[in-house]
Design a protein around this ligand. Structure first.
Ligand code: 26Q
Length: 800
C-alpha cells in the first residue's frame, strides 16, 4: 500500500465510520480493533489476490495440509510484524489516543486445536508462506475452540471458548463456493454400457461453507490460505412445523447438521468412537477434496492430478481422504480402480504423531457402513486387495497382522499407510520406534515409504515476536538475517564467553522474568522472586508427560528446606489443560494447586520455593512464559512423547532443557552437546523392554528407597490439608502399576535437579549454556522442517 502514517490514519478513521458506523470519540474498544483489522486487511487482501494470480499463471504443484486442528493463536501483532508496519501503526494509533497493546489484548486466540499437533499445523503454514511455497491448510471452522480453563478451588473447570466474539474479521466467508457433503443412504450397483457403476441413494446432504483466512509470509508479499469449513443446513427451518407452532421441531434438523462444526473435541492422544467426530472427519475431507478437484479441473486433466496436487494428512484424523478421493475419481471422474489407486497413493502422504495405543483410531465397521456406505465399500475393497497380496507374498500370519479391517473395526493407521506414498514420524527416535515396533510389518513391505521429519517451530512467532528484547540483542550482534535464515543464529556461538553480551542476555532474562512475575501476581496473587530459578513445565496434562514426577521432586525439596539443607530459590511454574474426561490428569492439576497452597504460605520456606499454576494455557500465554524460563521440563517417559515442540521453543529462548531421552530431546542433545543439557532416566529401549517382559515392580522401588516412600506417602497421609482420599487414585496408580515409570526415574530426576542448581549458581557457565542453546536452535525452526517436507515428500517448489 505504501503506507505512511497520515494515510494510515485517514484510512483508519474512514473505516471506523463506514465499516463500524462510529467515530473516534464514540468508538468502543471492539470498534477500534475492528477498524484496525479492516485497515490492515486492505493491504493483506491485495497481496493475497496477487499471490493467487501468480500461482495460477505458473500452474505449479500445490500442497493441501488436511488437519482437524489448527492452533494459530492471535493474528494482529503477527500480521503487523510480517507486513513490516508495526511501528508505523503503533505511532499512528498513539497519535489518535489508541493503545495498540490494548487492542492486541482484546483479540481472542484462535484455538482450533488441542496442543502440539494443532500448533505444528499453524507453524507449518507460517513457514510455507514465509518460504513462498504454494500451500493451503484445510480445517474446520469450529464455532467453539478448545475450552477455556478456570481454576476453581484448585480444580479445572471448563468454559466454552467463543473465539469469534472478537469479530473473526481476518477471514472471509465464500458463500458462493459451498460444496455438498453426503451422509447415510445406500448404494445401488448397476451396469451401464457394460460397466459396473455405483449410485448413492437416499442420503442426507448438507452444505460445507468455506471461510478463508490469509496466511501472510514474513515481509515477502506472499499469502497462502487457511480454508476452514462450516457445516450449514440447506434449509434454515421447516415451514410445516413452523406453521404448526412447533418452533423447536422447525429448527431441529438445522441444529443437528450444524452441530458438525460446532465444537472441537477436547481430547488429545486419546481416541473415542463418537459418531459426531467421524462426521467431522468426513465433512472436512469430502468438502476439501471436492473443492480441490473443482479448482484443479479448471485448467488440468484428471489423470495428472498427483503431479499438481499433494495432500498431506495430519495424523490419521483425515484418513478418510483416501477412500474419498477414490470415490470421486471412480464414481464421478470415471477412472478405473487401478488408475484411481495410482493417483490416490501418489497424492497422499501421512504423518504419525503418537505411539500411544489409546490414541490409535479404530472405527467400528457398522458406524462407517451406516454413515458412509460408499466409502465403506471402498475401504473393504482396499483391505481385500492388500490382504490378498500379502497373503500371496508373505503368508497367513503376516496377512493377519496387516489387515486394515479386523475385529469389526477399521484401523485408520493401517489404511493411511497402505493408501499413501509416504509415512513419517516426527523425531528420529519416534520414527525408529515406528519402523521397528509399531509399524514393523508395514516397514517390511514398504521400506521406501517410511521417513523421518523432525518437528520444528516458527522462530518468527516464538522468538522474533514473543521475545522482542532478545531478538533485538541478537540482531545488534549478528545482524537481522537470522529472521529469514535462522541458520545465522549459529554465529551467536562466538558470543558464548563475551562478557558484555552475557550481561545483556542475563539482563533481558531478568526483565522477562519480571514481566512474567506481574502476570503471575495478577492471575494468582502469588508474589515470586525474580532472582529464583524459573523452572517451567507447560503442556497438556497427561500421565505420560509426568507432571507428577515434577510434583514428587517439589515435595522432596520442600522437605529439604524444612531440614535446613541448602536449596537455591526456585519458582516452579505449571500451566496446561487436561482433557475434560481425564480424571487422573485433572487430579494432578488439583494436586499442584493443593501443594502450592501449602508451600506458598509456609513462612518457614521463606522464598526458597514457590509453586505456581497459571490458568488457561494457550498460545498467547505461552508466548509470555517461554522468554522468562530458565529451566525447560521435558520429562516424559522415554518412548512416549513423539517429539514435543515446547522443548524447542524453550531452547530458542535460552532455557536449559532438563529432560529424558525422549522425542526431539534426543536431537536437542545432539545439537548442543551433552554439557549443555541435563538428561536423566530410563532409555526408550529399556522402557519398551519392561513392557515386553512385564518385569517392573513399582512397589519394590517404593519400599527400597525411603526418599521415594516419603514423598509418595505425602499424597495420602494428611500432609496436604485435604481429604486423605483425594489423591488416592494417583497414589494407587504409582504403587500398583506406575505405567509411566515415575518411581523408577525419581532418584535420577532428583540428581538431575541438583545438577541444574549447581550449573545455575555459576553464572558464567549458565550463560554459556544458554547462548549455546540459542545458537544451535536453527535446526528446530519449522523452516527447516518444511523444506524437507517440500523436497522429500511433496515434491513442490517455491514461487520466486
Ligand atoms: C483423535 C480421535 C478422536 C478425538 C481426538 C483425537 C485426537 C486429537 C488430537 C488425538 C490426538 C490429538 C493430538 C495429538 C498431539 O498433539 N500429538 C503431539 O503432536 C506433536 C506434534 O507432532 C508432538 O510433538 C507431540 O509429541 C505429540 O504428543
Amino acid at each position: 500500500m505504501g503506507f505512511n502514517k497520515e494515510y494510515f490514519k485517514k484510512v483508519y478513521l474512514n473505516n471506523l465510520c463506514t465499516l463500524c458506523e462510529t467515530n473516534l470519540e464514540e468508538a468502543t474498544l471492539l470498534d477500534k480493533y475492528n477498524a484496525l483489522v479492516y485497515t490492515i486487511r486492505d493491504d493483506l487482501y491485495k497481496k493475497w489476490v496477487n499471490t493467487n494470480k501468480i500461482r495460477k499463471e505458473n500452474n505449479v504443484k500445490k500442497v493441501y495440509y488436511f488437519s482437524l486442528e489448527f492452533l494459530p493463536g492471535k493474528l494482529l501483532d503477527r500480521n503487523l510484524i510480517y507486513l513490516g508496519i508495526k511501528d508505523l501503526c503503533n505511532e499512528a494509533l498513539e497519535e489518535m489516543g489508541i493503545s495498540l497493546k490494548e487492542l492486541e489484548e482484546l483479540e481472542e486466540d484462535a484455538a482450533l486445536g488441542n496442543g502440539g499437533l494443532g500448533r505444528l499445523a499453524a507453524c507449518f503454514l507460517d513457514s510455507m508462506a514465509s518460504l513462498q511455497l504454494p500451500g493451503c491448510g484445510c480445517g474446520i471452522k469450529y464455532k467453539y475452540g478448545l475450552f477455556k480453563q478456570k481454576i476453581i478451588n484448585g480444580y479445572q473447570v471448563e468454559e466454552e471458548d467463543n473465539w469469534l466474539k472478537s469479530g473473526g474479521l481476518w477471514g472471509i466467508t465464500k458463500i458462493d463456493k459451498c460444496v455438498e457433503v453426503k451422509f447415510g443412504g445406500n448404494v445401488k450397483s448397476i451396469y451401464e454400457n457394460n460397466k459396473l457403476i455405483f449410485k448413492e441413494e437416499n442420503y442426507h446432504s448438507i452444505l460445507a461453507e468455506p471461510y478463508d483466512v490469509p496466511v501472510l509470509g514474513y515481509k515477502n508479499e506472499f499469502v497462502n490460505t487457511l480454508r476452514l469449513w462450516r457445516a450449514k443446513s440447506k434449509k434454515d427451518f421447516d415451514f410445516d412445523y413452523f406453521s404448526l407452532g412447533e418452533y423447536l421441531k422447525a429448527v431441529e434438523e438445522k441444529v443437528d447438521i450444524e452441530s458438525i462444526s460446532y465444537v472441537l473435541y477436547p481430547d488429545d492422544n486419546n481416541y473415542k468412537n463418537k459418531v459426531l467426530r467421524l462426521k467431522q472427519q468426513y465433512f472436512l475431507v469430502s468438502a476439501s477434496i471436492q473443492s480441490i478437484i473443482n479448482e484443479y479441473k479448471k485448467s488440468n486433466k484428471i489423470n495428472s492430478f498427483h503431479e499438481k496436487i499433494a495432500i498431506h494428512i495430519n495424523d490419521t484424523h483425515p484418513t478418510l481422504a483416501i477412500p474419498e478421493l477414490m470415490r470421486i475419481l471412480i464414481d464421478y471422474e470415471g477412472l478405473s480402480w487401478q488408475e484411481a489407486w495410482h493417483i490416490t497413493v501418489n497424492t497422499i502422504s501421512y504423518t504419525n504423531h503418537t505411539i500411544m495405543p489409546e490414541a490409535l483410531e479404530k472405527w467400528p465397521l457398522h458406524m462407517v457402513k451406516e454413515l458412509l456406505p460408499r466409502v465403506y465399500m471402498i475401504i473393504e475393497e482396499i483391505n481385500k486387495r492388500f490382504y490378498e497380496r500379502v497373503l500371496r507374498e508373505k503368508g497367513e500370519q503376516k496377512a493377519k497382522n496387516i489387515a486394515i479391517i479386523f475385529n469389526n473395526e477399521i484401523n485408520m493407521a493401517k489404511l493411511a499407510i497402505v493408501g499413501s506414498h509416504s509415512v513419517n514420524g516426527v523425531a528420529k527416535l519416534h520414527t525408529n520406534i515406528l519402523k521397528s515396533e509399531v509399524m514393523r510389518d508395514f516397514y517390511d513391505i514398504y521400506p521406501e515409504r517410511f521417513n523421518n521429519k523432525t518437528n520444528g517451530i516458527t522462530h518468527r512467532r516464538f522468538l522474533l515476536k514473543s521475545n522482542t528484547k532478545l531478538s533485538n540483542l541478537i540482531s545488534e550482534s549478528i545482524g537481522d538475517c537470522w529472521i529469514k535464515s535462522p541458520k545465522e543464529l549459529k554465529k551467536l556461538e562466538s558470543f558464548a564467553e563475551d562478557k558484555s553480551f552475557c550481561e545483556k542476555l542475563q539482563c533481558i532474562k531478568k526483565e522477562n522474568k519480571i514481566e512474567l512475575s506481574k502476570i503471575i501476581k495478577d492471575s494468582t496473587g502469588i508474589i515470586v522472586d525474580e532472582n529464583s530459578i524459573f523452572d517451567v513445565q507447560i503442556k497438556r496434562f497427561h500421565l505420560y508427560k509426568r507432571q507428577l514426577l515434577n510434583v514428587l521432586n517439589i515435595i522432596y525439596m520442600y522437605n529439604e528446606v524444612l531440614q535446613n539443607r541448602d536449596v537455591f530459590p526456585r519458582t516452579f511454574i505449571f500451566s496446561g489443560k487436561a482433557a475434560r474426561g481425564y480424571y487422573e490428569a485433572k487430579q494432578v492439576i488439583k494436586l499442584i494447586n493443593a501443594l502450592g497452597e501449602k508451600i506458598n504460605k509456609d513462612s518457614r520456606v521463606k522464598d526458597k520455593i514457590k509453586v505456581v499454576f497459571l490458568e488457561n494455557y494457550r498460545v498467547s500465554l505461552s508466548e509470555r512464559i517461554f522468554p522468562a524460563a530458565d529451566v525447560s521440563e521435558q520429562i516424559s517417559t522415554a518412548s512416549k512423547e513423539a517429539s514435543g515442540t515446547g522443548n524447542m521453543k524453550f531452547m530458542m529462548n535460552g532455557a536449559i532443557t532438563l529432560g529424558t531421552l525422549d522425542g526431539a530431546n534426543v536431537e536437542i542433545l545432539e545439537a548442543v552437546g551433552k554439557e549443555n543439557i541435563v538428561t536423566f532416566g530410563l532409555k526408550a529401549e529399556e522402557v519398551l523392554n519392561y513392557y515386553k517382559n512385564r518385569n517392573y515392580n513399582p512397589f519394590e522401588v517404593y519400599n527400597r528407597e525411603p526418599i521415594i516412600k516419603n514423598s509418595v506417602d505425602k499424597l495420602v497421609n494428611g500432609f496436604l490439608d485435604i481429604n486423605r482420599d483425594e489423591f488416592k487414585v494417583l497414589y494407587n496408580e504409582l504403587l500398583r502399576r506406575d505405567e509411566y515409570f515415575v518411581l523408577k526415574d525419581f532418584m535420577e530426576y532428583i540428581k538431575a535437579q541438583k545438577k541444574i542448581e549447581q550449573l545455575y549458581k555459576n553464572t558464567n557457565v549458565w550463560n554459556k549454556i544458554s547462548i549455546t542453546n540459542i545458537a544451535n536452535s536453527a535446526r528446530f525452526s519449522s523452516d527447516r522442517t518444511i523444506k524437507e517436507y517440500a523436497k522429500e515428500i511433496w515434491n513442490i517448489e517455491n514461487i520466486k
